[in-house]
Write a protein of this length. Sequence first.
Length: 424
Amino acid sequence: MTTRPTPTRGATTGPAAGATTRPATGPGTGPAAASRLRDIDALRGFALLGILLVNITFMASAYQGTGVADPAFGSAPDTAVRFLTEVFFETKFYLLLSFLFGYSFTLQPASADRDGAAFLPRFLRRCAGLFVLGLCHAVLLFPGDILTTYAVLGLVLLAVRRIPPRTAVRTAAVILAVTAVGYLLLALALAVAGTGGIDTAAVAEHGREATEALRGDPGSVIAAHLRQLPDVLFMLAFFQAPAAFAAFLLGLAAGKRGMLSDPARDERLLRRLQWIGFPVGIAGGLVWAHAAEGYSGTAYQLVAVAVDVVTAPLLAAAYAATVLRTLAGPRGRRPAAVLAPAGRMTLTNYLTQSLVLAFVFTGFGAALVGRLAPAYVTLTALALFAAQVVFSRWWLARYSYGPVEWVLRAVTLARRPRRREKAT
């Protein structure tokens, strides 16, 4: 059983929540609109890389997130790689994708209008398709899926879609504050009771059993995933879902205000996000990572969770500001050319990552779970993402949508879309 909130894969935001619109006609066309859409896709691709760097650690070791280090990899370099991943990546990138989910949501009604279609049925079909994909993903490939959560939260976002931007921002802040206070109260209760901590021997034995199950045949792997689902659902409901919905609201507000459309106009805001987000966010990440090393199940760890709830969004915002400023600079074309195609195929790439890693780490294939050192796990993630960048560029030179995006689009439109068409 995990003893700290396990960062699940951040659901795709553009392809899953409604692909970034690329209108063929109307006032949103022209170089400025194309640049905005490119930047959004590139930002999504960057977030996809961060998600991969985190979640591969949970697929590579059954001990990740339990509070007990994998006994096969306890050296100083192994610990350093895990610590750095926890500081700079864990719990940050699913927030960035959640923000983009809310932002992309604001573009979908106009897309439906251009097609002469009703927005509501489209969005409901999209959420249903997303939920089914997420359920299959969680059972077959990776129990830490968040697609189903995004599908459910998407319905809540639909209900509050007319909320004014200022109110959306304030509501997001309240959600994060209430969540953090809730964890602080739990920490206080634990401290007063004088209890806490974990049974290291029992957790280690559970990790050993989970590792063996994941190395077994496909039936054993799926059974292991099903056993993990209750813990994952608990963490989603009480940790990631509130933060994700807060990010939805921030993205909704940003979309309504037309942010991301002109980085030069928002230069002052982006600089401020960097100056505040990096020091505060990294400080919070250090607390989060330190609590994960030997303090699982304690009041201190709950305090660290509260700290992370309010600081992780700032680091995610600082990352986003850095990417957007880079893309707007004189050398922005090259990183955009690398990241944007992957971002346009986020759903395909997200699910492909799980599929490939399932064959690498579980009994579906090589069964390397618990057999690859953290540094090699990170290198594997980077190599996989590089391959996806190349594949995405090749595929989009021939088709308008990624393979899974095309399937979800067919569900959304309730018709068979053409492989080559102007996206709307």
